[in-house]
Design a protein around this ligand. Structure first.
Ligand SMILES: NC(=O)c1ccc[n+]([C@@H]2O[C@H](COP(=O)([O-])OP(=O)(O)OC[C@H]3O[C@@H](n4cnc5c(N)ncnc54)[C@H](O)[C@@H]3O)[C@@H](O)[C@H]2O)c1
Length: 248
């Protein structure tokens, strides 16, 4: 199991204050990584327990990934606190909006693009620059796409959201090609239906989605942890530009 160990490495997770991001941060900490979180909201209490539970360093930074200034400031503070020793980055911050194609406003669309596409893209850019600067040979960027990148979400009006997740999936392979020479791997995780604040407004859908899932249950944020640890670690060193669907 030593190839799954992240001891001595440092991971940055955006949107890590709750939900899937927090679950992945916890998994990375359990595998031994120091953790930094970028989010606009205060992290759930479980975050403050990671440091003592897994004997790793943890710092929360209030960052809005849609603002280039906020993102640059966040990375600058991270560089000061961690000596720039970034190995793993999980741009997980994301938003959804249940809105019909015929009713979607340019403002709705901009918000989804700004968080889900631009936020992920420029987080990846900053992270890659920092990994190149610190000469890590263990660079791993794990973008968070979705099954919504390749199919409709039944019962939800999500054409704009699906478009953003398709873009995340599409940026993975070309980024992996460009960053391979720096020993940085780029992959995506595509979660299926996961019970978080994002899906909480649709309890009736959570129930009906079960019938689409072979496992016949809705995923929990912890269900994504294993894939994240795998992609972050040497266990996946021959994998880049690819996707893992964690969708039951
Ligand atoms: N829940 C699901 O079924 C599901 C399925 C597939 C993919 N995803 C993806 O997983 C990721 C996490 O979603 P979740 O379900 O945990 O939802 P969530 O709402 O619980 O978590 C999203 C996090 O992103 C943060 N965030 C939002 N905008 C931000 C910004 N501008 N800057 C910094 N942080 C910001 C939020 O504060 C929150 O902590 C998203 O990218 C989402 O698209 C979720």
């Amino acid at each position: 199991m030593s190839r799954f160990s992240l001891a001595g490495r440092t991971a940055l997770v955006t949107g890590g204050a709750r939900g899937c991001g927090l679950a992945m941060a916890e998994g990375l900490a359990e595998a031994g990584a120091n953790i930094a979180i970028f989010d606009m909201i205060e992290p759930e209490p479980a975050f403050s327990e990671l440091a003592t539970k897994y004997k790793v360093k943890t710092v929360f930074y209030r960052v809005d990934v849609t603002s280039s200034e906020s993102l640059s400031d966040g990375f600058a503070e991270f560089e000061r606190d961690y000596g720039g020793a970034l190995d793993i980055c999980v741009p997980c911050a994301g938003v959804n909006k249940n809105v019909k194609l015929l009713d979607t406003t340019p403002e709705d669309f901009d918000r989804l693009i700004n968080v889900n596409i631009k936020g992920a893209y420029f987080t990846m850019q900053h992270a890659a620059n920092m990994m190149i600067k610190n000469n890590t040979t263990k660079g791993s960027i794990i973008l968070v796409a979705s099954i919504a990148a390749s199919r409709a979400v039944r019962g939800q009006y999500s054409s704009a959201y699906c478009a953003t997740k398709g873009a995340v999936r599409a940026m993975c392979a070309p980024a992996a090609v460009e960053l391979a020479e720096y020993s940085i791997r780029v992959n995506t995780i595509s979660p299926g239906y996961i019970k978080t604040e994002m899906t909480a407004p649709f309890p009736h859908l959570l129930e009906s989605w079960k019938s689409e899932v072979i496992n016949n249950r809705i995923g929990m944020p912890d269900d994504i942890r294993g894939a994240c640890i795998f992609l972050a670690s040497d266990a996946s060193s021959y994998m880049t530009g690819n996707d893992i669907a964690v969708d039951g």
